[in-house]
Design a protein around this ligand. Structure first.
Ligand SMILES: CC(C)(COP(=O)(O)OP(=O)(O)OC[C@H]1O[C@@H](n2cnc3c(N)ncnc32)[C@H](O)[C@@H]1OP(=O)(O)O)[C@@H](O)C(=O)NCCC(=O)NCCS
Length: 161
């Protein structure tokens, strides 16, 4: 078979780190990548991992990956699956690999009774938005992402009673 999707193993750490960088470069966010292979090793393969990674291989070559974790909806009263990273290397695009990675996660949702499969996408990333719509995704335009980091996070933490 041309395509195999398999869980990442510790031996894949260099590959996963490289794929994270390649995605960040595509998203023009390479300057924001701080994660080391050690960080990824702890997160993916330490005790009780809370984040998971699937690797796509095309004819034996590493072609792409999906990195994900479980979230939870109080409205549904059920866990869901949050897709943190989805990336297919340029040479392997258009072969159905991105769709297969997403479908693999959708199948996990169905099998595990998860309520939602969701993720963010940058608003300028029209090719990915087109691809996601084609897979049946609805754009949640009425929601805005919030984030607290760095000094703002420290300041907020200092306000804790
Ligand atoms: C987005 C991405 C994951 C898609 O993976 P891919 O392997 O190239 O896509 P596939 O070959 O699986 O495409 C599957 C289907 O989507 C369709 N599709 C792909 N790109 C599309 C687009 N821009 N608009 C509409 N449909 C699109 C294909 O025609 C195909 O349709 P089909 O099911 O009818 O055959 C890949 O292009 C990628 O890694 N891009 C750069 C990184 C990125 O943007 N990641 C997402 C960050 S949120």
């Amino acid at each position: 078979m041309s395509l195999v999707i398999r869980p990442a193993q510790p031996a894949d750490l260099g590959l996963v780190a490289a794929l994270v960088r390649e995605l960040a470069e595509y998203e023009k966010l390479a300057h924001e990548v701080e994660a080391t292979e050690g960080d990824l090793e702890t997160a993916l393969f330490g005790a009780n991992p809370r984040v998971f990674c699937d690797i796509a291989e095309w004819r034996g070559e590493p072609a792409g990956f999906a990195l994900w974790f479980y979230n939870f909806s109080t409205f549904l009263g059920r866990h869901g699956l949050y897709l943190e990273d989805l990336f297919v290397r340029p040479a392997f695009r258009g072969e159905g690999i991105g769709k297969a990675l997403l479908a693999h996660l959708a199948r996990r949702c169905v099998e595990e009774g998860l309520g939602r499969l969701e993720w963010w996408v940058l608003d300028w990333n029209e090719p990915a938005i087109g691809f996601y719509k084609r897979q049946g995704a609805r754009m949640m335009d009425e929601w805005t992402v919030c984030r607290v980091t760095g000094d703002a996070l420290t300041k907020l933490a200092e306000a804790a009673p």
